[in-house]
Design a binder for this molecule. Structure first.
Ligand code: NAD
Length: 428
């Protein structure tokens, strides 16, 4: 569960305010960019398998679309809040901007726990979500995608509902579709691989050999699994992963000091990224408390679960051996912890740069859907690597030229591009 003492929207606004002061942005631009342009809050009634109707709360937030249609995932999570969705929509704007793709920022969500919903109930929830926002999303206006606890199958139900309502075929209205239905090869890997493309560049700048690096990862879902896969293929070793234990409602860390075996661990992992604890013990894993991932004696920390995980109350637990934090999750670090990371001299690859691989690949999916012509996986991953590497290098070079913290440097580039777009459009 994300730490509820911290509000991610306040974090996102504090981060924005700090850099907008640095950039001396004028007041109207500041006011336009520090909050969402539009948001939709709605109810979704679903007839459950029991025959009873349950009412769920849904959101879609469009933070900014000056550079292109709003873009961003839909989360299904019991702790979803309007402010979490606002923060995530805002970070999407900066993410699309920092990798320089012609898209804005949006995000959606439903307060629900998919663990307790059958497939049919989830399908009804997806269709109900689209019925509520079908007038407000579209290939040229706002393009949703999967996020925490939603996947390709949810996107296809949503696409089908949208196309049924609109009476046509609109593959560009949603990304993260199954590959057989217009999805993009490499999309499943894109976010995790993107994190490691950026990490590879950082290690090279820091003269660190990836083959000698040990990492601890929070999360064991889509982003974490793929980041681990590529990190392993560069020779790195992951010694701990943590994930949510649904039965006990708490996080657990799984540690193997000589390195976890990804494919074997995946065999005992459920579709939500939860590991079977008893079988993990049988396979020789130490099972520790959820927070232990942060205190491991490793070189690299990869938070890839949820927001508000590195805070002033646990930052002192980060080992002196840690050289790099690569943020796979959105908003894993609170501003108070940022100051300590900087003080400790740990190199940070900020979330909206590190995890931009997913939306970059979603953009590739849109391009392919529009052309009705599909690329090979290798071509997708090559293009992704080029985009991520270029964005990383631009941020890192600005950071070293101006002696900026990496998060601030990423914000400078991202905010400047969006501010320029709103000025060119004559909005301010
Ligand atoms: P996911 O649902 O596939 O996996 C989430 C993982 O986090 C699971 O293993 C879950 O058990 C674990 N987890 C949840 N709460 C936890 C806790 N308190 N302690 C330890 N583990 C916990 O989600 P994902 O798609 O991998 O996304 C992870 C993060 O990356 C999110 O912040 C998401 O917004 C961000 N992100 C995802 C994508 C994408 O393409 N999937 C793109 C950009 C950013």
């Amino acid at each position: 569960m994300a730490d509820t003492r911290y509000n991610p929207y306040i974090t996102a606004q504090e981060q924005f305010d700090k850099v907008s002061r640095m950039l001396e942005l004028d007041e109207p631009t500041r006011s336009l960019l520090r909050q969402p342009l539009r948001e939709y809050h709605f109810l979704i009634p679903v007839r459950m398998d029991s025959g009873k109707v349950e009412v769920f709360k849904g959101f879609r937030v469009q933070h900014n679309d000056a550079r292109g249609p709003a873009k961003g995932g839909i989360r299904f999570h019991p702790q979803e809040t309007a402010d979490t969705v606002r923060a995530l929509a805002m970070w999407m704007t900066w993410k699309c901007s920092v990798v320089d793709i012609p898209l804005g920022g949006g995000k959606g969500g439903v307060i629900c726990d998919p663990h307790s919903l059958t497939d049919r109930e989830q399908e009804q929830l997806c269709r109900g979500w689209v019925r509520q926002v079908s007038r407000n999303i579209g290939p040229d206006t706002d393009v949703p995608a999967p996020d925490v606890m939603t996947s390709a199958k949810h996107m296809l139900w949503m696409l089908d509902e949208y196309e049924t309502i609109r009476g046509g075929r609109y593959p560009g209205v949603i990304t993260g579709k199954p590959v057989s239905m217009g999805g993009c090869l490499g999309r499943a890997e894109a976010t995790g691989f993107g994190v490691v493309y950026a990490l590879r560049e950082a290690l090279s700048e820091l003269n660190l050999d990836p083959g000698k690096m040990r990492a601890s990862v929070q999360g064991f879902g889509n982003v974490a699994q793929n980041a681990i896969r590529l990190f392993n293929s560069l020779g790195g070793t992951v010694t701990a992963v943590s994930c949510w234990d649904q039965a006990e409602s708490r996080g657990c860390t799984y540690r193997k000091k000589d390195g976890i075996e990804l494919e074997k661990l995946l065999e005992i992992t459920d579709p939500y990224g939860g590991v079977d604890k008893d079988r993990a013990r049988d396979m020789g894993y130490e099972v520790l408390n959820g927070e232990e991932w942060i205190g491991q004696e490793v070189d690299v920390l990869i938070p890839a679960a949820l927001e508000n995980q590195i805070t002033p109350s646990n930052i002192s637990r980060v080992s002196g051996s840690v050289k790099v934090i690569a943020e796979g999750a959105n908003g894993p670090t609170t501003p108070g912890a940022d100051a300590v990371i900087r003080e400790k001299g740990i190199f940070l690859i900020p979330d909206f740069l590190a995890n931009a691989g997913g939306v970059t690949c979603s953009y590739f999916e849109q391009v392919q859907s529009n052309m009705n012509f599909y690329w090979e996986k290798e071509e997708v991953l090559e293009k992704l690597d080029r985009k991520m590497t270029a964005a990383y290098r631009a941020v890192s070079s600005l950071a070293s030229k101006k002696n900026l913290y990496m998060r601030d440097a990423a914000y400078v580039i991202a905010i400047n591009r969006v501010a320029e777009a709103v000025r060119h459009r004559g909005w301010v």
